[in-house]
Write a protein that binds this ligand. Structure first.
Ligand code: NAD
Length: 481
């Protein structure tokens, strides 16, 4: 099931063992299950040269032809969903119950969606009296994708599908923590008929990502990662005036009003905090609960937390697996310690599980105040902070009082309140009476420090192509001199 070498370049697996070794650790046991090597300068050069050459030919194909390849890849991914989901579980530790539904399938959705859109990418005609102009949608060239570790298959596809649909080549560098899944995506694309060199995968730490971003042959970079990395990558791209999409972190608010359906709000807060063991960028981790429903909400949330089955992620009965790595577990435990020390009330969880692997119990803190570390900083684990509020204007101001702006959610049965509040929330994606759904048809991305650009939907086309305007003179040039 495992990929057979570290990199995938020019249509085949490539190995170069002189690159720094990176161990792949199964988070549920802590065992080393594979080893890859970081790309050497020679490997990076192969990836760039083959991508550049392949892109020139790919751009000449019709959109329909390009789209056909992507849609075939989507079909293959769906046929192999179970195998790919198991690999995703080994790479990340996320429960198979989730990966079977949310990872390879989401990648296939992106390939299918952008495969369908590829043939419909057009410019426009602009009549100018006797003259006219037209616009063409041009590919950017070689694009670089850099991934985070929480959704390795999905991120590889969310970046690759629109890039390829628009006539670009993609070089993807997965997170060093989860290097396996993107290699399978690359191999499947070639099996589906993608010409060699158009989707290359190279492994490595930040230095490999940085070398790719700084190469003058690269026209665009799309990063999914943390804000500090985003600032570095965005600055490096800007220094050469490259296109950039930054999908970064968040500390998103989820607001529950007194008039909400409490059971539904609890379900939303579960998805907003516990899904993928809390390792989702858009998580609504600052849960503002209006005072009238606080007790009912907390009681029901704690009951449902107690029913969460934490354990072997390959057992399909398991709801939640471990954290992705020991380092991430330690970060989460340090925030739990800060929550306790800074005076929040621990409602449930709050500790590491006594078993192999990197398990943290689903944790809820109540009576959290805006200044506490767990209310201000992204934790990226199964830790929910519940804050009280009295009225609408107050909660909107507090919800927006953060440098981040990835997502926000609200639960209310008052339809006018729902839209009034959403209009004022500073976030790229808002949910009303649900949370964390991100279908490919809907643009996804952040405002403020959470990023620039959008992934998915027709909006992504703007970030993987650029417009060329062509003015056509139909009469002799009217020159005064
Ligand atoms: P990270 O920023 O540590 O790493 C992200 C990627 O960037 C990795 O592949 C890493 O090797 C690479 N990288 C690091 N330094 C680099 C440099 N100088 N130049 C080029 N590449 C470099 O993030 P992570 O720990 O892998 O992921 C967690 C973060 O990602 C969280 O903040 C989370 O919120 C965010 N995230 C955002 C989204 C989104 O769509 N907005 C989705 C998932 C995760």
């Amino acid at each position: 099931m495992q990929p057979t070498a570290s990199h995938f370049i020019n249509g085949r697996y490539v190995e170069d063992t002189t690159g720094e070794a990176i161990e792949v650790i199964y988070p549920a046991t802590g065992e080393v299950i594979a080893q890859v090597h970081a790309a050497t300068p020679a490997v990076i050069e192969q990836a760039l040269a083959s991508a550049e050459a392949a892109q020139r030919e790919w751009a000449k194909r019709s959109g329909t032809e390009r789209g056909r390849v992507l849609r075939r890849a989507a079909d293959i991914i769906r046929e192999r969903n179970r195998e790919l989901s198991i690999l995703e579980t080994y790479d990340t530790g996320k429960a198979l119950q989730e990966t079977l539904y949310a990872d390879a399938t989401s990648g296939a959705d992106a390939l299918e969606y952008f495969g369908g859109l590829a043939g419909a990418l057009t410019g426009e005609h602009i009549q100018l009296g006797a003259d006219f102009a037209y616009t063409k949608r041009m590919p950017l060239g070689v694009c670089v994708g850099i991934g985070a570790w929480n959704y390795p298959t999905q991120i590889a596809c969310w970046k690759g599908a629109p890039a390829l649909a628009c006539g670009n080549a993609m070089i993807f560098k997965p997170s060093e923590t989860t290097p396996l899944c993107a290699l399978k995506v690359a191999a499947i694309l070639v099996e589906a008929g993608l010409p060699a060199g158009l989707y290359n995968v190279v492994q490595g730490m930040g230095a490999v990502g940085s070398a790719l971003v700084e190469d003058p042959r690269v026209a665009k970079v799309s990063l999914t990662g943390s804000v500090p990395t985003g600032k570095k990558v965005y600055a490096a791209a800007a220094a050469q005036m490259k296109h950039a999409t930054m999908e970064l972190g968040g500390k998103s608010p989820l607001i529950i009003f007194n008039d909400a359906d409490v059971e539904n709000a609890v379900s939303g807060a579960m998805l907003a905090n516990m899904y993928s063991t809390g390792q989702v960028c858009s998580n609504g981790t600052r849960v503002f609960v209006q005072k009238g429903v606080k007790d009912a909400f907390l009681e029901r949330f704690a009951e449902r937390c107690a029913a969460i089955k934490l354990g072997d992620p390959l057992d399909e009965e398991t709801h939640l697996g471990p954290m992705v790595s020991e380092a991430q577990m330690d970060i989460v435990l340090s925030y739990i310690a800060k929550g306790k020390a800074e005076g929040a009330t621990l409602v449930c969880g709050g500790e590491q599980l006594e078993r192999d692997g990197f398990y943290v119990a689903p944790t809820v803190f109540a009576d959290v105040t805006d200044g506490m570390s767990i209310a201000k900083e992204e934790i990226f684990g199964p830790v929910m902070a519940v804050l009280d509020f009295e009225d609408e204007d107050e909660v909107i101001a507090r919800a927006n009082d953060t440098p981040y702006g990835l997502s926000a959610g609200i639960f209310t049965n008052d339809i006018t309140r729902a839209h009034r509040v959403v209009d004022q929330l500073e976030a790229g994606t808002c949910w009303i009476n649900t949370y964390n759904l991100a279908p490919v048809e809907v643009p996804f991305g952040g405002v403020k420090a959470s990023g620039v650009g959008r992934e998915n939907a027709k909006a992504a086309i703007e970030h993987y192509s650029e417009i060329k305007s062509v003015y056509v003179g139909m009469t002799p040039v009217d020159s005064a001199y």
